[in-house]
Design a binder for this molecule. Structure first.
Ligand code: HEM
Ligand code: HEM
Length: 181
């Protein structure tokens, strides 16, 4: 399987990044919601949020890599049967998905730093503190972080419906070309 994309299908690197990011998103939601079942100030509660922060930073790095890689070489063309409007909807959804891949971790990092907490990455190192403590800004970032997480659920659901529509209704290769193999 080729590393790079071709005009017909996605290469292995785009597929790997796409599915890694997908599983990381699932993991992120699991961690913050599972965390609610532990008592306040328990070591588990802290461990869950520390892992959430580290995986969020990893997701940011992978998203930046995927965006960069997107500009290397060609990308598969959209099927000829798609109308201009359908292509516009697909492109806009992808653009918004890329935006949320950045907004979610960046607001997470900003929320922590404005609240005065350093962000550790898997216990290996800490991100530099780029802002001074500001509770109002911390609260705003937390609000955006929460709203953006709902937006992601909506966007991904729409995106999945689109992929299934291509596969089962239009019977084209759009879904297959993003699957492994
Ligand atoms: C990149 C993917 C990420 C996703 C999908 C994600 C998702 C979420 C969700 C759904 C919540 C619960 C809603 C809320 O209370 O705001 C949350 C809370 C939180 N996230 Fe993230 N997040 C991500 C990245 C990050 C990063 C990079 C950090 C910090 C470095 C971070 C720090 C936090 C904190 C501190 C909370 C608050 C937990 C609480 O209120 O008890 N998140 N995140
Ligand atoms: C967190 C979840 C997901 C995110 C953030 C995401 C994001 C993206 C992005 C940004 C692209 C555009 C790639 C490009 O052309 O540059 C894309 C393409 C694609 N995604 Fe996802 N995706 C997610 C989940 C899924 C799932 C669950 C499926 C399948 C059911 C799926 C199927 C596809 C397909 C088939 C394409 C290729 C579309 C085309 O050929 O134009 N994605 N995804």
């Amino acid at each position: 399987m080729a590393l790079k994309n071709s005009a017909e299908k996605f290469g292995s690197l785009t597929k790997l990044l796409h599915w890694l990011i997908f599983f990381l998103f699932i993991g992120q939601f699991f961690l913050v919601y599972r965390r609610e079942y532990f008592p306040k100030n328990s070591p588990e509660k802290l461990q869950y949020i520390l892992l959430h922060e580290s995986l969020g930073v990893l997701l940011l790095v992978l998203a930046l890599f995927m965006i960069t890689w997107r500009h290397v070489g060609v990308r598969p063309t959209m099927p000829a049967h798609m109308s201009k409007f359908e292509k516009l909807i697909a492109k806009t959804t992808h653009l918004l998905l890329y935006a949320t891949m950045l907004i979610q971790p960046l607001t997470g990092i900003a929320m922590s730093e404005y609240s005065g907490y350093e962000v550790g990455v898997f216990g290996w190192f800490k991100l530099p503190m780029l802002v001074a403590k500001n509770e109002q800004m911390g609260h705003l970032m937390s609000e955006i972080h929460e709203i953006s997480s709902f937006v992601i659920i909506g966007l991904v659901s729409f995106h999945v419906i689109g992929a299934l529509y291509h596969h089962f209704i239009k019977k084209d290769k759009v879904l297959l070309r993003m699957l492994p193999g």
